[in-house]
Write a protein that binds this ligand. Sequence first.
Ligand SMILES: NC(=O)c1ccc[n+]([C@@H]2O[C@H](COP(=O)([O-])OP(=O)(O)OC[C@H]3O[C@@H](n4cnc5c(N)ncnc54)[C@H](O)[C@@H]3O)[C@@H](O)[C@H]2O)c1
Ligand SMILES: N[C@H](CO)Cc1c[nH]c[nH+]1
Ligand SMILES: [Zn+2]
Length: 436
Amino acid sequence: MPVLDYPSSAAEERLLRIERRRPGADPELESRVSEILSAVRREGDAALVGFTRRFDAPEFREEQLLVSEREVQAAYDRVDRSFFDTLERARAHIEAFHRWQLRSSWFMTRDDGTFLGQILRPVASAGLYIPGGKGGETPLISTVLMTAVPARVAGVSDIAMVTPPRRDGTVNPYLLVTAKEVGVRRIHRIGSAWAVAALAFGTPSVRPVDVIVGPGNIYVTLAKKLVSGEVGIDLLAGPSEILVLADETASPEHVAADLLSQAEHDPLASAVLVTTDPSLARAAAVGLERRLGELPRRDVIREALNRYGAIFRVQNLEQAVGLANRLAPEHLEIQVRDPWACLGKIHNAGAVFIGTHTPEPIGDYFAGPNHVLPTAGTARFASALSVDHFVKKTSIVAYSQEAFARDAEAVMQLARLEGLDAHAASIRARMEADQR
Ligand SMILES: NC(=O)c1ccc[n+]([C@@H]2O[C@H](COP(=O)([O-])OP(=O)(O)OC[C@H]3O[C@@H](n4cnc5c(N)ncnc54)[C@H](O)[C@@H]3O)[C@@H](O)[C@H]2O)c1
Ligand SMILES: N[C@H](CO)Cc1c[nH]c[nH+]1
Ligand SMILES: [Zn+2]
């Protein structure tokens, strides 16, 4: 992982490389994903089976697309009893946090009798994308909680889930049990872009949904980007990222461990340290190398760090904050003497983790805020998955005769300026009727 002084041309080059790590930055990849979507639209289940055989489970059959209730029940016998307690504690934290996001329908009146408002309703159905990891072997069980709990809090009644199967066609029992416990109605064993396509367009085995949420690798993220508009999506939650902002008070060992925690997600993940302390930079680099060798996913990590990792040595905290705002990371850890003084200057970050006892994984699993977060610079404008992503708002307008009489001429003026005579006529018809 390069250690670079900032500002410098080498640092700038690395920053540009990290910034270009955007979904859509590779048109060839986007067109491959687009072909997958078209195949699912054209061939339905046959395409799902074909892609799953090619990428995930070579012996996959059509009957396996939907996980049976029997398989879900059998999964209960295969999970550790202590898991239920862990699951419940995490669920309770996540639910409590998301309950604060619930908003109500609202109405206002004016003295002239006008009645206005918004009716908030949950979407009828949601599809959760749950990443499966390489060969379905490292499924993100916690993501079932992070996606299903806000959907339930919003009031969505029909929740489906997709996740890639393992090579033998099975799905991890912990994933099945978690889905059942949080009220997922249908589980489909499909992953990647074809799973997103199935949820968006529907196939004989997969019902289309109103909103698709959840994180995934670059194929999943591009597929969500391409189907959005036809179906609702939450946000582009692609390969994970972490930026640690540290000064001489931080522990280099903690910093190294936290950087590795996100680099292990994907060869396209990004891990960046920005520090005012040159000796911390050196010690963290050494710690990274040593810890990396001990981790089972070291190959994934090495690739991620080579591609999108960096340690930037900056001259002061202002420069450090500037870099954080420029990269707009998914996760930002602030490990400096006075983190609270820094916090107000952070404008772009999916989630901020403050202080020694708040390593990023606390947020991944347990604290309560959502771990489905904007990546690749999209934290400039996007936010964590929330209850709002499952809610739609319908505006309500009711005018009284008095209010209408007051506003009619002004409305007709605007309509005429736009050359829209039929609009003006609709107003005039009421005016004439009222005058009779
Ligand atoms: N931003 C967030 O909020 C957030 C949260 C959790 C996880 N993540 C990210 O989600 C991702 C999870 O990735 P994962 O691999 O564990 O699971 P995944 O389910 O997203 O990806 C695996 C699927 O992709 C398919 N695939 C592999 N190569 C392919 C190819 N060439 N073409 C088409 N499909 C292909 C696999 O066959 C499998 O079906 C990681 O990038 C992780 O960093 C992001
Ligand atoms: N760090 C991921 C979001 O980028 C979420 C996660 C789930 N499990 C572990 N981590
Ligand atoms: Zn994580």
